[in-house]
Write a protein that binds this ligand. Structure first.
Ligand code: PLP
Length: 392
């Protein structure tokens, strides 16, 4: 029997604030009426500020997987070549979906523990003299590894190679948590979901689309119906939805965007940076006694939304995670794919504050002890000292 608050520290979905839950706790309205149109207009205008784009944003009743697929089927034709910048489980998964649609997917191999190297991307694109590569696919914050990848620098690498490939970026675990600038960084399609920085339930996904990507979609031959951007855009203007619009998601999204506006996007980013840094200080402290370590090796590439923590050799990260849940009612993310059992992931994104983070870290520190994982005690104190200094 679990008492008290469930500490939900997965790197998505994330905690849904009371304000959003209350905003969704209303009756349905006619999705073809003026009242809904006003809500949707406010939402799409707010999303443009969060994506930092003047381009088109389209939404789907789907999780991030749907937005991944929407990007692929709207842009490409069978046999088209894609270059996936390897970052971890999610990058490879997106590429795999392209293969399922008959696209030729090449992976730009990369160490999962490090940020992608713009020079290597530039070199690969320079080699592609016939411009067979139609798009470069990147995950901004790779949720499986906790590594954040340099979107602006990779854009510059594409430009330096003089290559016309489209640039597709998955911001599912960065949007509204880590600075992201769709237009300034020349991103052609941004993929995002509702359940992380936007603090909503899972089930709504988005694509922001540049004019160049819209033009490319007119030539694309892959079959598409539900995801079809032409249908969603109606007569050249946004028609919002295929079928019944999920008005409750829009109620929640409207409230989420108001909350983000009230806090200010830069303050949202600063809060994520603060909580992430406190987490990292705790892990670095534990590390001192042959303890667990931050999976992302380069400090500049450690994501402000999720910290993947590598258990010392011979210790099972899932066992420690289970103790955390069973004994302390604290839920952490597990290792994905080749990292299963080797890492646990502390999500520090969305609706979170200092005491919530400290409570979770305290549970992790206790669970490390109970699981017999070596570490140096006092990580929570290190995090507290840092957070108190930031608050002073
Ligand atoms: N991309 C990234 C970076 C993710 O973190 C996730 C899910 O966690 C996905 C894609 C898949 O999104 P969804 O689970 O919403 O379908």
């Amino acid at each position: 029997m679990a008492h008290g608050t469930h500490f939900f520290m997965n790197p998505g979905p994330t905690n849904i604030p009371e304000r959003i839950l209350r905003a969704m706790d209303r009756g349905s309205i006619d999705f073809s009426g003026a009242q809904f149109k006003a809500i949707a207009d406010e939402c799409f205008a707010g999303l443009k500020r969060v994506f930092k784009t003047e381009g088109t944003i389209l939404a789907y009743a789907a999780t991030g997987h749907g937005a991944w697929e929407a990007a692929l089927v709207n842009l490409f034709s069978p046999g088209d070549q894609l270059l996936v910048v390897e970052s971890g489980f999610f990058s490879l998964n997106w590429g795999m979906r392209g293969e399922a649609f008959g696209l030729a997917v090449e992976t730009l191999a990369n160490d999962w523990r490090r940020a992608a190297d713009p020079a290597r991307l530039e070199a690969r694109l320079r080699d592609d003299r016939d411009h067979r590569i139609k798009a470069v696919l990147l995950v901004h914050s790779e949720t499986s590894t906790g590594v954040v990848h340099p979107v602006a620098e990779l854009r510059r690498a594409i430009d330096a190679a003089g290559h016309p490939a489209l640039f597709l970026v998955d911001t599912i675990s960065s949007l509204a948590s880590i600075d992201f600038r769709a237009d300034e960084w020349g991103v052609d399609v941004v993929v995002a979901g509702s359940q992380k920085g936007l603090m909503l339930p899972a089930g709504m996904a988005f694509t922001a689309i540049s004019a160049k990507a819209l033009a490319a979609s007119a030539q694309a031959k892959l079959p598409r119906v539900y995801w079809d951007w032409r249908r969603l855009m109606g007569e050249g203007s946004q028609a919002y939805w295929n079928g019944t619009a999920p008005v409750h998601f829009f109620y929640g999204l409207q409230e989420a965007l108001r909350m983000i506006d009230e806090e200010g996007l830069d303050n949202v980013f600063a809060r994520h940076n603060r909580l992430a840094e406190a987490t990292r200080r705790a892990v670095r402290h534990w590390r001192q006694n042959d303890g667990p370590e931050i999976y992302a090796l380069d400090p500049a590439a450690q994501s402000n939304t999720v910290t993947a923590v590598l258990a010392p050799e011979g210790h099972d990260a899932d066992r420690m995670r289970q103790i955390c849940l069973d004994r302390f009612n604290v839920s952490l993310g597990g290792g994905l794919d080749r990292l299963k059992g080797r890492v646990f992931r502390i999500g520090h994104l969305g609706d979170l504050n200092e005491p919530m983070l400290l409570g979770a870290i305290a549970a992790v520190e206790m669970a490390l002890g109970l699981a017999g994982v070596p570490h140096r005690g006092g990580g929570v104190e290190a995090a507290m000292q840092y957070l108190a200094g930031e608050a002073a």
